[in-house]
Design a protein around this ligand. Structure first.
Ligand code: ATP
Length: 276
């Protein structure tokens, strides 16, 4: 297997700056195929800028970004269009077109990248993606303003999945959702990752999401990715931000919830002695 197959996203020596304000300096990160990588860091550490750099919306000062084996600096013209059809993005807030129905929103990337698909088939694909994202079929005919926040996130996800992507970028997908809707969205993300074989780059502040669905977590601080690993691996590090984040009151609460859930699942897996 080649390096690009093992690691569909490779960032090396990335520097981003806005004027004299340096957001990233010599940042490196490798995302493994098939994982959900959670990306955390304090506000303003550059998580969204990193995502925008990877998908070619932010031109770095220096550094190399390789996505699915393509060097992003060289990705221009048709080559660039081709690679952009291989990922889906759910931006913060969903970024849906308010004057289009949910179904029409999902049709936008299909029209852009596959204009040869006949109208009726394109509409059917859009309706399928809407249902795949856990929305009722009739949601395809509604406008974003007619949906709840959780449904709008799912509509954004449906659009991100329009082109059967290999990579899925999610920027704070559970922000603003109530805990039940957030947990349902997490479950959907995990199920889609498993059934569709996606690699997921997931920016979040949601500790429950990290514990529930992320295979590894990358921590941004001091203009770099200072650590990448499973949560137990990160907990073993003595970086002050990591300790405060995962061992602070919210971090402990999320861990206790996960521990309780694992204990319950373990109890259910054990044979029933009384009935044995
Ligand atoms: N287009 C831009 N022009 C100037 N500065 C920008 C631009 N985009 C981002 N920044 C700055 O870069 C820094 C990183 O922004 P970014 O949105 O990536 O942070 P973040 O880690 O995603 O934060 P949050 O968790 O609050 O969403 C911030 O200080 C932000 O103000």
């Amino acid at each position: 297997m080649s390096a690009s197959e093992d690691f569909p996203i490779v960032v090396e020596g990335l520097t981003n700056a806005f004027g004299s304000y340096v957001v990233h300096e010599n940042l490196s990160l490798k995302v493994r195929r098939g994982e959900i990588l959670g990306v955390v860091g304090g506000s303003g550490t550059g998580k969204s800028v990193l995502m925008r750099s990877i998908i070619g919306l932010q031109r770095p000062v220096t550094g190399e970004i390789t996505v699915l084996g393509h060097a992003m600096a060289e990705a221009q013209g048709w080559g660039e269009i081709d690679i952009r059809s291989r990922w889906g993005v759910l931006f913060q807030g969903g970024a849906l077109f308010s004057t289009l129905t949910v179904g029409e929103n999902v049709e936008v990337p299909l029209k852009q990248f596959n204009p040869e698909i006949p109208d009726a088939l394109r509409q059917e694909i859009a309706r399928f993606k809407v249902q795949l994202s856990g929305l009722p079929e009739e949601a395809a005919f509604k406008y974003p303003s007619e949906l709840s926040g959780g449904m709008r996130k799912r509509a954004g996800l449906a659009r991100a999945l329009a082109l059967d992507p290999e990579l899925l970028f999610l920027d704070e997908p559970t922000a603003g959702l109530d805990p039940i809707a957030a947990a349902a969205f997490d479950k959907l993300t995990r199920e889609l990752k498993e059934t569709l074989g996606l690699t997921v780059f997931l920016i979040t502040h949601d500790l429950d999401t990290l514990y529930e669905i992320c295979d590894r977590v990358a921590v941004l601080a001091d203009r770099q990715v200072i650590a990448v690993g499973t949560i137990p691996e990160l907990l073993a590090l003595d970086h002050p931000w990591i300790q405060e984040y995962f061992n602070g009151p919210r971090g402990r609460a999320a861990r206790e919830t996960k521990d309780r859930q694992l204990t319950r699942e373990g109890a259910m897996d054990k044979p029933d002695k009384a009935g044995a």
